[in-house]
Design a protein around this ligand. Structure first.
Ligand code: PEP
Ligand code: MG
Length: 591
């Protein structure tokens, strides 16, 4: 796209979800609250403004008291942090100074609050003591809470935007992204984030274009600017010229036509040229997405990320709520496998009522580690899954397994859940297949041992690449290191595939690598039996399988594993399959 005319500005980021949208920008700040407005307050309105601030603080305090009161006894220790927040809300440093600032500078409460927080946060950040340092985060949290009440949070949450717009945000949390209303939001652009982040993954599930990791997008794009978002190439154009707009419209139509063409063949089986049939499954975050998987020809659900049912609410869901959710999904696919992954919270999917601040949340008390530490939370979910399993073909998948002990402890709790259901006389599937995610390098290395304990592996490349390469999958600064065809990653994949084959258990993949056509020869060559991806990519992956010959992919894989650099691997992939699978496009995820 040419960078024409004086007002057109082109920004580059990471293509998070393919497709093109054109529309007016709508800027939201972190957590979906509008960018902080600034205006002068007349003398006679000062009292009113201070009252408005006090009312927002009161609402924040009431809200916290309610959350604390609703926290179950066994999780009371988590509520301690909220008690600290109540104290901070009344603290002179924040409360008193904001009121003084409104008074002295004649500015609105939102701006005064922001100004005070910006002046006190560095004091905490500069402290040596990690406890005091964390208090800086608490100040930020508390101010966010007041801000939401000041700006009328209900009216400005992403879920309630009432015009058709393109969102522009510093960052969107996975929970916020999952609130997007498709009738209103055409796509989004963020300053932060990477292609394997959960925010990107959800955008692909929602089938809206998204560009992430665009440096200073929120500074360069203004509210109501017309922007073109190209989630395939990772480009954003502000105030496009007539020519740019026309070119974008053409590419949009071509993209949609191509997608529709693939979709028409989605229901046909994914059979290689030499007759091997592969299952191509769907990944879902919310129960309603199961319909899209079915419509796109998915052979089942390969990954149900259940943690999203725990987000955007104030306390743990009950067994009954979870059971109904799982049953809803299974009833749409009663004749096909539905793989329910147990709770994978924390890391970037923190849940306020269940998470405590951690220095390194991605490496912290998350997923199975959390569940084993809080068996009451795990058992509630296990019982719900087991009860729902009565209505179809459920498989249980354990996330973030890093040792055989974790598998054994999980199975012990599963047996306990089964026993309790028997005692209660509640129907459930008698024998439920149990699999583990292979997404931590230690699990990949120990795959031969784990294979003897469980029924299947599902490789989660999103985390496996992140932990193998020691990079944050959501950080655009190190996105250049995030590459599924890194030789170290390929060797690990080979090791896992071999362990599965030796111990006669199937090996699946549900990480994002399974959703890109160009990687299908690698995955077939490794002997994977099932690939699971977002609904929109199912027809594309099935199409790629149909173009390939399994024996050839095995030979290709032998050659590929001898290569020692990404460059050599990529060039061998392109020379062998580039024309067939992606018209010679680069495989690099930053494209
Ligand atoms: C993965 O890590 O590859 C995976 C599928 O899980 P998630 O993206 O939810 O972390
Ligand atoms: Mg993962």
């Amino acid at each position: 796209m040419p960078d024409k005319g004086s007002s057109e500005i082109v920004l580059h980021g990471i293509g998070g979800s393919p497709g093109i949208c054109i529309g007016k920008a709508y800027l939201v700040d972190k957590e979906g609250v509008d960018v902080v407005p600034k205006y002068t307050i007349l003398n006679i309105k000062l009292e009113e403004e201070k009252k408005r601030f006090k009312a927002a603080v009161k609402k924040a305090i009431d809200e916290l008291h309610k959350i604390i009161a609703e926290t179950p006894e066994e999780l009371r220790e988590n509520a301690q942090i909220l008690e600290t927040h109540v104290v901070l809300l009344k603290d002179k440093m924040l409360y008193g100074r904001t009121i003084d600032t409104i008074e002295c500078e004649h500015i609105n409460a939102e701006w005064a609050l922001r100004k005070v927080v910006l002046s006190i946060k560095p004091l905490f950040d500069g402290m040596q003591d990690s406890y005091l340092k964390d208090r800086g985060e608490d100040v930020a949290n508390v101010s966010d809470r007041i801000m939401k009440h000041l700006t009328g949070a209900e009216g400005t949450r992403i879920g309630t935007i009432d015009k058709r717009v393109v969102l522009v945000a510093r960052d969107l949390s996975p929970a916020e992204t999952s609130q997007i209303n498709l009738e209103r939001i055409m796509g989004f652009v963020t300053d932060r984030g990477g292609r394997a982040s959960h925010t990107s993954i959800i955008a692909r599930s929602l089938e809206i274009p998204a560009v992430l990791g665009v440096e200073k997008a929120t500074r360069k794009i203004r509210n109501d600017d017309v922007i073109v978002v190209d989630g395939t190439s990772g480009m954003v154009v502000i105030n496009p010229s007539e020519e740019t707009l026309a070119a974008a419209e053409t590419r949009k139509s071509e993209f949609e036509a191509r997608r529709a063409q693939y979709a028409r063949r989605g229901h046909l089986p994914a059979k290689t040229k030499d007759g091997l049939q592969l299952a191509v499954m769907g990944n879902i975050e919310k129960p309603e997405e199961v319909m899209a998987v079915r419509e796109r020809g998915g052979d089942g659900i390969g990954l149900y990320r259940t943690e999203f049912q725990y987000m955007a609410r104030k306390n743990f869901p009950s067994e009954e709520e979870l059971f109904e959710n799982y049953k809803d999904v299974i009833e749409v696919m009663p004749d096909k496998p539905v793989t329910i992954r147990t709770l994978d919270i924390n890391g970037d999917k923190a849940v306020a009522y269940a998470s405590e601040p951690e220095e390194n949340p991605v490496l912290g008390l998350r997923a199975i580690r959390y569940c084993l530490k809080k068996p009451e939370v795990f058992l509630t979910q296990l019982r719900a899954i087991l009860r729902a399993s009565h209505y179809g073909q459920v498989r249980l998948l354990l996330p973030m397994i890093s040792s055989v002990e974790e598998v054994r402890e999980s199975k012990r709790l599963l047996a306990q859940a089964i026993d309790s259901l028997k005692k209660d006389g509640l129907p459930h599937q008698k024998k439920i297949p149990v699999g583990v995610m292979i997404e931590v390098p230690s699990a990949a290395i120990m795959a031969d041992v784990l294979a003897q304990e469980i029924d299947f592996f599902s490789i989660g490349t999103n985390d496996l690449i992140q932990f193998t390469m020691a990079i944050d999958r959501s950080n655009r600064q190190v996105a250049y290191l995030y590459n599924p065809i890194n030789p170290a990653v390929l060797r690990l994949l080979k090791h896992v595939a071999q362990a599965g084959a030796r111990h006669n258990i199937p090996v699946f993949m549900c990480g994002e690598m399974a959703g890109e056509g160009i990687y299908v020869p690698i995955l077939l060559g490794l002997g994977l039996q099932e690939l699971s991806t977002n609904a929109q990519s199912i027809p594309l992956i099935k199409n790629a399988v149909r173009l390939l010959n399994i024996e050839q992919t095995k030979k290709f894989m032998d050659r590929l594993l001898k290569q020692t650099t990404i460059q050599k691997i990529e060039s061998l992939m392109q020379s062998t399959y580039g024309d067939l699978l992606n018209n010679g496009q680069s495989t690099h995820w930053e494209r």
